[in-house]
Each structure stands twice: as C-alpha cells, then as structure tokens.
Ligand binder design. Structure first.
Ligand SMILES: *Cc1c(COP(=O)(O)O)cnc(C)c1O
Length: 390
C-alpha cells in the first residue's frame, strides 16, 4: 500500500520535535548538532529568538493579502536587497525552483522584446541543480531527474563543468543566457574559481548573453559574503535566491538589473503567495541581520576555524576522507568511504550532515554557530569516522 506521504524521499528514521540554535532534539530526547540547517535554510539556526519575535508579531497583524495590493513589507525587503546588491529590482517566490522558472522566463522575454526571439537557449553545466519544476529539471538535464517525465522543456544546452573551450563553442546566436551556481551544492560543493566567473562575465558581455547566477544554496551569507559572486568582484544580470533568505520560512527571490528585467511588465508573471507579508517580514529580519560587515566577518572567522578543524579530521581519518572543499560555511568533505555510510554514522554520533553528489559530505551549519559548537560537532564527526573505518 502506498504510504500516506508520497514516497519520493528515502528518509532517515529520525523524528525531530524541537530545534534550538544549532541543535535538533529527537522525540527520544537525543540532542543532535545540526550541520545541515535543513539544507542551508536555517541560516540563523532553529527558532532564532529574533525571528520568532518577528514571526509572531507579524502573524498577529497580517499574513497574506495577494499581490493585487501594494505590500509595504515586500517593498522594504526589496529595498534592502537592492541597497545591498547589484540588483535594481526583485520578484519574490516561495522556493528556489520558482525562482528558476522566473529567471528562465525573464531571460527569454528580454531577448524577445529586443527583437531577437531566436535567442532562447540557456547554457547549463554538468552536476548543476536548479530545482524540480519542469524548467529546472530541463536545466539540469540529468537522466535521474528527467527520465519518465515526458517531453522535456526545450532550449537547454548542457556543458561539462569548467571547460572553457566547450563553453565558448556552445555560445551561438541562439544563446539567451548562461545559468550557473557559483558553488554547486547538490553537485558536491564544487566551487567555480573566481577567475572562471570573471571569464564567464567577460564572455557574456562579449557575446551578448545574460548571466544568471543560482545562489539559492550559496547565497545569503553562506560563503562569508552576502552573495557568493561578490568574491569574484563581478555581478550577474539575474540572480536566484531562496533557502537561507527566509531563515526557515519558505521564501525565494529573483534579483535583476533594470535592463535584464525590462521585459517583465505588468501581467507577464505572478504568484499568489510570493512576497506575502509574513515571509517578507522574516526575509527582512534575515537580510538585516546577515547583510552587514560585522556579521559576515564573523562568518568568515568561524568558517576558518571549522575548516582548520576539518583539515585535522581528514588527516586523522585518511581512509574515510580525502579532503575539504568549499568556501565559508558551505563546506564539503570528499569521502573515500561511502558518503551515505558516513552520514549514517553521523546520526549515531548525533551530528547531522547532508550527502551530495561526487561522494561528498556537505556541512552547512547555521551561520551563527559558535566555536564551541564547531569543536563539539567535529568531535562527533571524529567518532562517526572512527566507526566507519572499523
Ligand atoms: C535547493 C536548490 C534549488 C531549488 O530550491 P527549492 O526551494 O527546493 O525549489 C535550486 N537551486 C539550488 C542551487 C539549490 O540548492
């Protein structure tokens, strides 16, 4: 008999009933250190007091009105993002995959309105992940995501990762945009070097192609900058955000320059829930807390500490781990042992991690994790690794 919850996930038999900062408490009382943050979502930890306060205050005032009306809280969050980023304008969604939908529509509409309707192709890269909607699975092209789902949305060209020649050859008169994650998350914490991102920007400028960055996982302070592309000193035309931006509330966004967004006039896109007062109140609290130098400096410092500890862990367990990769608090341990086994051993040691492709263990702790918590988490990973090795 089919389970009452559609069985599209292989779930771990853990029943968390409460969260406090970096800790998740199981029904049976065990306290797990959470280095997964619900896949980079709980950027300020679980039940962050300042977010609980914003949530409850807003919940008592107004949850939802629809985008038929002006929403002051949505305006405030858009202004906060525009002030702190390359963007001139923002559309709010409820998830990353909806942000992907709009990014694709925006790029195609831009060229359509410029009198170049043949420019529809979007170049993407092996190992990418942009969500599970029809456009997002077409963007990925991975057989495990598209197989069986009927005609795949056309107009995506899939390229190898980090192959500048293949990329240059793929750009044609039909190319609308290049879509890429500055750091692949699901793909195994694969960092696009700053130099490559600069080259991509230059290629896009030279060939008349829009650059879309998917910062759904790597954005909102995760790398120690508000958005990861800031490390390379270049800006996209369109950027997708989600995950951390709501601090645990479902919220996503597409940020764009005025030029790139020029086709998206009244009536061309919409969302019933997107940009609702409740989500935007939380988004604003998250962006104000994270989007300043003091907070981001602290993230970079913690990240350095975690990385150093992880290098020690790898050195202590060379039969389990091969090395550390990533930036800031978006780190991966490339495993020699099977990553699923390491994750499971972590559960036994009461530490939560997330597997990724390429046999990589993902570490995406809350951005405000303390050094004591980092030390404790790595001690638990050490126990987990020891149990895998034997
Ligand atoms: C998670 C993720 C998405 C999809 O976000 P959902 O909220 O699950 O739809 C898209 N892109 C990247 C890079 C992601 O990590």
């Amino acid at each position: 008999m089919i389970p009452s919850v559609l069985p599209t996930y292989n779930r771990a038999p853990l029943h968390f009933v409460k969260g406090e900062g970096c800790w998740l408490i199981e029904e049976d009382g065990r306290r797990f250190l959470d280095l997964g943050s619900g896949i980079a979502v709980n950027a300020l930890g679980h039940a962050a007091p300042e977010l609980v306060q914003v949530l409850t205050e807003q919940a008592q005032k107004l949850w939802h009105v629809s985008n038929l009306y002006e929403i002051p809280g949505q305006q405030a969050l858009a202004d906060a993002l525009v002030d702190r980023t390359f963007a001139d304008t923002v559309f709010f969604t409820n998830s990353g995959t909806e942000a992907c939908e709009l990014a694709v529509k925006m790029a195609r509409k831009y060229w359509h309105d410029k009198g170049k309707p043949e420019k529809v192709e979007i170049l993407t890269f092996e190992g990418c992940f942009h969500g599970r909607s029809s456009a997002a699975i077409a963007a990925s092209g991975a057989p495990k995501m598209v197989a069986g789902f009927g005609p795949v949305l056309p107009g995506f060209v899939h390229l190898p990762w980090e192959d500048h020649e293949a990329l240059t050859a793929a750009v044609t008169d039909r190319t609308a945009a290049i879509l890429i994650e500055p750091i692949q998350g699901e793909g195994g914490i694969r960092v696009l070097p700053d130099e490559s991102l600069k080259n991509l920007r230059a290629l896009c400028d030279e060939k008349g192609v829009l650059l879309i960055l998917d910062e759904v996982q790597c954005g909102v302070g995760r790398t120690g900058k508000l958005f990861a592309h800031e490390w390379a000193g270049v800006t996209p035309d369109i950027m997708m955000s989600a995950k951390g931006i709501g601090g645990g509330f479902p919220l996503g966004a597409v940020l764009a320059t005025e030029e790139a967004a020029s086709g998206m006039v009244a009536g061309t896109h919409g969302s019933t829930y997107g940009g609702n007062p409740l989500g935007c109140a939380l988004g604003l609290a998250v962006i104000e807390r994270i989007g300043n130098d003091e907070f981001l400096d602290a993230v970079r410092q913690r990240a350095g500490f975690l990385r150093q500890k992880l290098e020690g862990l790898v050195a202590a367990h060379p039969e389990v781990f091969e090395g550390v990769r990533g930036t800031g608090l978006m780190l991966g341990l490339k495993c020699r042992a099977n990553v699923a086994e390491v994750v499971k051993a972590g559960y036994a040691a009461e530490v939560i991690t997330v597997p990724a492709a390429d046999n990589v263990l993902r570490l995406l702790p809350p951005l405000n994790i303390t050094e004591d918590e980092i030390a404790e988490a790595v001690a638990r990973l050490d126990r987990a690794a020891a149990s895998v090795a034997t």
